[in-house]
Design a protein around this ligand. Structure first.
Ligand code: ZN
Ligand code: ZN
Length: 141
């Protein structure tokens, strides 16, 4: 089982040949910038299982966790596609908005809740973390 996806203008395609190891919603300020005021939702896969076609532009910044975050988007339409942290280069985060529907990916945890706006509705049935979780994404084995 795997997934396919694309940016809003279909210039960039992604193929994922693995199950997600975790899916998290992130409310850090950086994600709010990228997601136009909302959280980002990110599914994490083994890096070698994720491949793309089409031109991606990569950028990076120092995340609030202190880790270097690298993130990629389509230069034509601006859709956020991929991200990874230098702390966990073995995983690729795929922005769930890019993944073709229907799919079974839903958030399993909410992180950086301390930076969420007061109006944000945070699912009370999910684990909440005020900042970066201690060990994430979890291993599947
Ligand atoms: Zn695009
Ligand atoms: Zn974030």
């Amino acid at each position: 089982m795997g997934y396919t996806g694309r940016c809003a203008c279909d210039t960039v395609q992604v193929v994922i040949e693995a199950e997600a190891v975790s899916v998290r919603q992130c409310w850090c300020r950086h994600c709010q910038h990228l997601a136009a005021g909302n959280a980002t939702t990110n599914a994490f896969f083994p890096a070698e299982a994720v491949s793309t076609t089409g031109e991606l532009v990569w950028n990076s910044h120092k995340a609030d966790s202190g880790n270097e975050l690298h993130w990629a988007f389509c230069p034509q339409c601006g859709s956020q596609m991929l991200a990874y942290s230098t702390a966990r280069p073995q995983f690729r985060g795929v922005r769930v908005g890019a993944i073709d529907q229907p799919h079974d990916l839903a958030p399993q945890a909410i992180i950086w809740t301390s930076e969420a706006p007061a109006w944000a509705k945070l699912d009370p049935d999910l684990p909440h973390f005020a900042g970066q979780p201690p060990a994430a994404p979890p291993k599947t084995d």
